[in-house]
Design a binder for this molecule. Sequence first.
Ligand SMILES: C[S@@+](CC[C@H](N)C(=O)[O-])C[C@H]1O[C@@H](n2cnc3c(N)ncnc32)[C@H](O)[C@@H]1O
Length: 285
Amino acid sequence: MTTAHPRSVAELRIPDGVGQTALFVAWQRHAESARADALFRDPLADWVTGTLADHRDMRHCTGMVREMLGEVPDYPEYFAIRTRYFDDRIEAALRGGLRQIVTLAGGLDGRPFRLSCPSGADWFEVDLPDMVHFKRSIAPLAGLRPRCHWYPVAADLTGPWLTELSAAGFDPARPTVWLVEGLLMYLSDADCDALLASIRQAAAPGSRLLLEHLQAPMLGEFGRAARARVESQGAHWLSARDDIPEWLARHGWTGDVHAGDDPAIGHGRAVGPQPACWLVSATPA
Ligand SMILES: C[S@@+](CC[C@H](N)C(=O)[O-])C[C@H]1O[C@@H](n2cnc3c(N)ncnc32)[C@H](O)[C@@H]1O
């Protein structure tokens, strides 16, 4: 891995494999940002797609997204709803006094650069080293400054990541917003269980857990085309489940679970059946 930070777009190395899936999400958020009735605007996603779409390491993703939008034009709706769902709940937690946020698999999420944070807010984003390096490199190139104290943390979330998070300054005594968006499907069931156990271990009273998981049919025939797109990027969906309330309860959490196309969270949008996911907002049981 390169450690010096590139000072120009030409020097950037975009992560491959599962890191490519973050580019896909950036495309979806950019599509939302471009709408007159956008549910949010994401300057980081706009910069990534506007500046890097034809970069040698992004061309595959760009072609795939353009083709997909021709076939499934309502696909970005889910990502708009998902993003806004978590935005609203993070902002509510900040209004309620929480000042520590941990995103597990931050990818190219633009929230630390676009959500207004009260003073004293510390935002930790864990991801694989290549992605952390890439995001740290592009933020200044995009002219974006974090709106909080931002701590990118390089760690593999299938390993002892709590150690690295603590070394970066995370305080387990502070109530924390934990965000797990677009990650669990790339982990095995065993690694998902271990991740939830670690979060619970480090979650002070008053913490919130915001997470997304894939619905089980997405691993079968119903999700075949979406899975093929993910696999063409060099990534693999390894897990999905429909017993979310029971699973959360086993890990010490209780809360609301919505299907991604639930009109109750849809802001008036009609979300298509793909990709079928669960959106969760929970507190310690
Ligand atoms: C689909 S992207 C989602 C990114 C972000 N949460 C969002 O919604 O924009 C998946 C992210 O998971 C990260 N990821 C996958 N496996 C990981 C692991 N074992 N440890 C750390 N990060 C991982 C990838 O690097 C990528 O940034």
